[in-house]
Design a protein around this ligand. Structure first.
Ligand code: SF4
Length: 197
């Protein structure tokens, strides 16, 4: 039997399983299914979510890894205070940090969190998913207004961290249009990715 993990290593990076909770419900997400990635069981109830001390203990020396990545099958900004505590520890100890997010953090926390990333997160990877608000809402099963929330967050985040906006390689998504939008209109990095990473 595989046991749920709080941190998990993929290649040279250590990933932090922050939460399985999310405000979205993407058609391609494994969060509500088995939540297994590369043999790691990430399924975790809210009551099982550890506090920052557990993550920090498991990280040990962050310089042992290429990056410490806040990811998991879920939206890390739902536990934004925990992310910040762990990221502060990593930065204080010479490590690199990245957060993979749906970009709804300011909506979730009901305040602009972009400035709070300064000095804590080196990279923020935001799922653009689609440049079309209607397709975005359908893919993620969220209100269309979250498309502009996500874009606004990305535009602000680039003042405090390196921003990468990504598209999942689904056939129905216009990837060329997305790439042009990310590079020319938002002015951040673009990446096409597989379903969840
Ligand atoms: S935003 Fe991310 S964690 Fe949430 S349902 Fe979509 S893919 Fe899964």
């Amino acid at each position: 039997m595989i046991m749920p993990v709080h941190t998990y290593k993929i290649e040279d990076s250590l990933y932090i399983n922050v939460t399985n909770r999310c405000n979205a419900n993407c058609a391609f997400c494994n969060r509500k299914k088995n939540a297994v990635i590369k043999g790691y069981d990430l399924k975790m109830k809210k009551s099982e979510e550890p506090d920052e001390s557990i993550y920090i203990k498991e990280i040990g020396d962050p310089k042992d890894y290429n990056e410490i990545v806040f990811c998991g099958y879920g939206e890390p900004t739902i536990r934004w205070e925990v992310v910040k505590e762990v990221a502060a520890y990593v930065k204080k100890n010479g490590g690199k940090t990245r957060m993979n997010t749906n970009g709804h953090g300011s909506f979730i926390t009901k305040r602009d969190i972009a400035p709070e990333m300064k000095g804590l997160l080196d990279t923020v990877s935001i799922s653009l998913n689609s440049v079309d608000p209607l397709q975005y809402a359908e893919l993620m099963q969220v209100d269309q207004k979250l498309h502009s929330e996500m874009i606004d967050f990305a535009a602000k985040a680039k003042n405090y961290a390196t921003v990468v906006m990504s598209i999942v390689g689904l056939n129905e998504v216009d990837k060329e249009k997305a790439k042009k939008f990310v590079l020319d209109e938002i002015g951040v990095n673009y990446r096409e990715r597989t379903f969840f990473e």
